[in-house]
Design a protein around this ligand. Structure first.
Ligand code: FMN
Ligand code: SF4
Ligand code: SF4
Length: 269
C-alpha cells in the first residue's frame, strides 16, 4: 500500500499528488493534511511507500505542514520492523530553498530519513509578491511538471535513493532562517486582508480555508488571526473581492486550472 499526505492552498500540490497517485497505482491513498484531526497523532509507517507533498513557503515548510509532522509518531526501529520508503515532493514558484532538508531533519528525529526528495516548479501563488505567470508560461510549467512526475514515480517504484543534497554553507544558513521566516509571517498577517464591495457572502472563502481561520459574521467573512498565508481565500474567491494591502487590486487571480473549488473544501479527497 502507498500513502500520500498532502497540503495544498491553490491546487498545485493537489494536482501533483493526484497525478502521482494515478501513476503509482490503485493501492495509493491520498490524505489531505488539513482534513486530519489536529488533536490526534498520525502513524503512516505501515505503508510500503510514504509520500509527503507540500508547497514551499519562504524556502521552508508551510506552518500547517510542520505542525502535522510534529504529530507524526516515531518509526519504531526494532528487529524485523517494516521500513517504508519515504519521499517528499514539494511544489514551488521556482525557489525550493531548504524545504526538503528541513523535512529530512524532522524525519531524523522520527528514526527515518528521506529516501528521495523531488521538486516541481509551478506558477507562484504568492500574489502579494507578484502576479501569476502568463497563460502560456503556466501551460509550459504544467507540461514540464507532468513529465517530471512520470519520472519521479518510476524512481519511487524502483525505491531509488535521491536524497536532498546540502550545499555548504548556504543551505545550513537557509535551514536556520527559513522556518523562522514562515513563523514570523504567520503572526497576524491576515490583518492585511480586506474586502471590496463585490463580496456576495457566498462563503467559499470560509470553506477553502485549511486553517478554519475565516468565519462568516453578519454575512461577511472575518479573519481570526491564525492565518497560514496559503492565499486560498483570496485566490479562490469567485468575486475577486478579497484584497491584500493595496497590491492585489489589479492582479489576476490564480489557482490550478484542473482543480475545482469543491476539491479544496476542507481539503478532503
Ligand atoms: C506564503 C507563501 C510563501 C511562498 N514561498 C515561496 C518560496 O520561498 N519559493 C518559491 O519558489 N515559491 C514560494 N511560494 C509559491 C508556492 O510555493 C507555489 O506557488 C506552490 O506551488 C503553491 O502550491 P499550492 O497551489 O498547492 O498551494 C510561496 C507561496 C506562499 C503562499
Ligand atoms: S468567497 Fe469572496 S464573495 Fe464569497 S464570501 Fe468570501 S469574500 Fe465574499
Ligand atoms: S485565511 Fe486565507 S490565506 Fe489564511 S489560511 Fe485561511 S485561506 Fe489561507
Amino acid at each position: 500500500m502507498n500513502v500520500i499526505y498532502y497540503f495544498s492552498g491553490t491546487g498545485n500540490t493537489l494536482f501533483a499528488a493526484r497525478k502521482f497517485a494515478e501513476a503509482l497505482g490503485n493501492d495509493t491513498q491520498l490524505i489531505s493534511i488539513s482534513s486530519l484531526n489536529r488533536a490526534e497523532k498520525t502513524d503512516p509507517w505501515n505503508a510500503d511507500t510514504v509520500g509527503f507533498f507540500f508547497p514551499v513557503y519562504c524556502f521552508g515548510l508551510p506552518h500547517i505542514f510542520a505542525k502535522f509532522m510534529e504529530r507524526v509518531v516515531k518509526w519504531k526501529n526494532h528487529e524485523n520492523a517494516h521500513k517504508p520508503y519515504v519521499y517528499a515532493l514539494c511544489t514551488s514558484g521556482g525557489m525550493k530553498g531548504t524545504a526538503a532538508m528541513i523535512l529530512d531533519n524532522i524525519l531524523y528525529e522520527k528514526n527515518l530519513r528521506l529516501d528521495a526528495a523531488f521538486h516541481v516548479q509551478m506558477p507562484s501563488n504568492y500574489i502579494p509578491l507578484s502576479k501569476p505567470p502568463t497563460e502560456e508560461r503556466c501551460q509550459r510549467l504544467f507540461k514540464k511538471a507532468e513529465e517530471a512526475i512520470v519520472k519521479f514515480v518510476e524512481k519511487v517504484k524502483n525505491r531509488k535513493k535521491e536524497r536532498p543534497i546540502r550545499v555548504f554553507p548556504f543551505d545550513m544558513f537557509g535551514e536556520l532562517i527559513a522556518q523562522r521566516a514562515v513563523d514570523c509571517m504567520m503572526e497576524n498577517y491576515d490583518k492585511y486582508f480586506w474586502l471590496n464591495e463585490d463580496c456576495n457572502a457566498c462563503g467559499i472563502c470560509q470553506k477553502v480555508c485549511p486553517a478554519s481561520n475565516i468565519i462568516m459574521m453578519n454575512g461577511m467573512p472575518t479573519w481570526r488571526g491564525h492565518c497560514e498565508q496559503c492565499m486560498a481565500c483570496l485566490q479562490w474567491c469567485p468575486q475577486q473581492a478579497i484584497q491584500f494591502k493595496q497590491v492585489t487590486k489589479r492582479r489576476k487571480r490564480y489557482h490550478h486550472p484542473d482543480i475545482k473549488v469543491e476539491d479544496m473544501f476542507r481539503n478532503q479527497e
